[in-house]
Design a protein around this ligand. Structure first.
Ligand SMILES: Nc1ncnc2c1ncn2[C@@H]1O[C@H](COP(=O)(O)OP(=O)(O)OP(=O)(O)O)[C@@H](O)[C@H]1O
Length: 338
């Protein structure tokens, strides 16, 4: 459906998107994820035709889009700078793309009703946009983007301005909706939770390049680099020398899964793989802080040597602040980074 082939965008001397190649298959939901300034929005704007490309090609269904204007690319855009029209009612907003295409009034009305049903706002045609909640406005924007049946739906921080609870609900709804409609989606977000919940595949960007691409599970299980690991919030990363199924680190010997890369590496221990026990067994650590995280407690540990560690504990097992514990590691939560 969509193919990016060495796409590069420069702003003066700054390379915002650096030779990015990426394929999005029919019906696939791809989320581009990355810190602020990593080039996500610029990449999306290049695909949309809102941003000229300095090198490389954007292909839609095999056709090079060079010189094809935004409105001829057959895309649905839900971008932050494409807000709803405040002077039009909900129906007028959703019908916008259809009107532009000369669809008859009767067909427009039927399609608008169908889409408002789909996004959970049945019968909202005559409501004023300004009188809607943030979540309702996002749904209207989505209905507007979907109305002309775009071959590719592009979303830039689709749920960015909403509060967490609403975002978590909407993201699940969106995934179901796209699945039902068979919509192909390219979305950008800086929120990893949103990306992981929405996407079939996540693409992590760093400085205009793709740092890793894979299913949410693959990326979560095996971050490709220290950058991706830290971006996902995994901070237990340490220098190591890997030999067989053990890594020598400043934290002592850490068991690693069979088949791990060998030699001088960095090793990530996910918090679930940090076991707390008697101070006499394993790496001696002092409990610095405990943070309640809903279904578990994150325990921050200060080892006698080396960088701090985070462990994940059940509420009833969490040691008190200031306690001294012995840490051991479980290999199935250890990843040798390349
Ligand atoms: N119109 C512009 N003129 C000059 N530089 C720009 C322009 N747009 C983006 N940039 C620069 O290109 C780089 C990538 O920006 P981009 O907005 O694509 O990143 P992003 O990952 O979407 O960030 P955010 O999450 O903050 O939106 C940044 O360094 C940014 O300052």
């Amino acid at each position: 459906m969509l193919r990016l082939d060495g796409v590069t965008v420069r702003f003066g001397a700054r390379v915002a998107v650096d030779a990015v190649s990426l394929d999005v298959a029919d019906h696939e939901i791809v989320c581009v994820l990355g810190p602020s300034g990593s080039g996500k929005s610029t990449l999306l704007r290049a695909v949309a035709g809102l941003q000229p490309v300095d090198a490389g090609r954007v292909l839609l269904d095999g056709a090079d889009q060079a010189g094809v204007p935004v409105h001829r690319r057959g895309l649905g855009l839900m971008f932050q700078d494409h807000q709803l029209f405040p002077q039009r009612d909900v129906g007028g907003n959703v019908a916008f793309g259809l009107r532009m295409r000369g669809v008859s009034r009767k067909e427009q009305a039927a399609r608008v009703a169908e889409l408002l049903d789909l996004v959970g706002l049945p019968g909202a045609e005559r409501r004023a946009v300004a009188a809607l909640s943030g979540g309702e406005q996002q749904r209207v924007a989505l209905a507007r983007a979907l109305a002309p049946s775009p071959r590719l739906l592009m979303l830039d921080e689709p749920l960015g301005q909403l509060d967490r609870g609403l975002r978590e609900r909407l993201v699940v709804e969106l995934r179901h909706l796209f699945g039902r409609l068979g919509t192909t989606v390219l979305a950008v977000t800086h929120d990893q939770g949103e990306a992981f919940a929405l996407a079939d595949r996540v693409v992590v960007m760093r400085d205009g390049r793709i740092a890793q691409s894979g299913t949410p599970l693959e990326v979560w299980r095996r971050p490709a680099s220290e950058f991706v690991a830290r971006f996902l919030g995994f901070d237990n990363v340490v220098e190591a020398t890997v030999s067989g199924e053990a890594a020598d680190t400043v934290w002592g010997k850490v068991p690693v899964p069979a088949g791990s890369p060998q030699g001088g590496r960095q090793v990530l221990v996910r918090p679930a793989g940090v076991r707390l026990g008697d101070p006499a067994d394993g790496l001696r650590c002092t409990v610095e802080a405990r943070t309640f995280r809903g279904h578990h407690v994150a325990v921050r540990l200060r080892p006698d040597a080396g960088p701090p560690l985070e462990a994940e504990c059940a509420l009833r097992d969490a040691p008190d602040e200031g306690a001294v514990v012995g840490v051991t590691f479980t290999s199935d939560e250890v990843v040798v980074l390349s």
